[in-house]
Design a protein. Structure first.
Length: 224
């Protein structure tokens, strides 16, 4: 699934306010790919990897890999390649996933329940700590470990827990108003599953996940 289904922005927004250089958004996306490739190498007890081998595993050119990593400093040793554990640690630090990041989910319908039940987020450094819904007491088909709270508790929870990221899985008709509420509470990163483009301030990052668009893209390429 392509989590960056919206038209890629030229640069990763919001980095300047932290004193960090502007980084192309596509570079940030590729860092996530590199991190998963490195994880597979660690699982196979491989301690070092060349830029050529890592680039091939990630589906990019070695020059692109080296350019992406150069934004964050100097990595690797000529003739030896990259230390897999060390590079994994440094990329995780840059992506902010060295420790579990709290995430909330808004909209506990069928899709929301499926996302809450997915255990893979914690492996990647994210923990959905709570869900919010307009009808929190409504009976649902699945048992989940996270609490489902009413929307009136949103601001207090975000403030107390210091949450900065949210998953939005509400109907399109209310997506913008819910996004506005999240932003007012301090959320600066939204993973949007609602089938609409959200209007947000420049310092808020939105990644849109539109499965219909992804299928349309596939449909184009399979036409005979």
């Amino acid at each position: 699934m392509n989590l960056a289904a919206q038209e890629p922005l030229p640069y990763f927004l919001g980095v300047k306010k932290n004193g960090r250089p502007d980084i192309p958004r596509k570079t940030i996306y590729r860092l996530s790919i590199y991190l998963r490739c490195l994880a597979r190498l660690r699982e196979n007890s491989i301690g070092t990897v060349s830029s050529e081998a890592l680039a091939k595993a990630a589906g990019v050119k070695p020059t692109q890999l080296r350019k992406d990593l150069a934004y964050f400093g100097t990595f690797g040793t000529r003739g030896l390649g990259y230390d897999v554990a060390d590079l994994s640690k440094k990329i995780s630090h840059e992506l902010g996933t060295s420790s579990l990041q709290p995430v909330i989910l808004v909209g506990v319908g069928n899709l929301g329940l499926a996302l809450l039940s997915y255990r893979g987020f914690e492996k990647e450094g994210f923990e959905i700590v709570a869900a919010f819904d307009a009808a929190p007491q409504r009976k649902r088909d699945k048992e989940i470990k996270q609490p489902i709270l009413g929307m009136e508790e949103l601001a207090k929870f975000i403030g107390e827990k210091g949450v900065k990221m949210a998953i939005l899985s509400v109907p399109a008709a209310v997506a913008q108003s819910v996004a506005n509420a999240l932003i007012e509470c301090g959320i600066t990163g939204i993973l949007n599953f609602a089938p609409m483009v959200l209007t947000v301030p420049e310092d808020v990052m939105v990644n849109n996940v539109n499965l219909a668009i992804e299928l349309e893209n596939l449909s184009y390429f399979i036409q005979s």
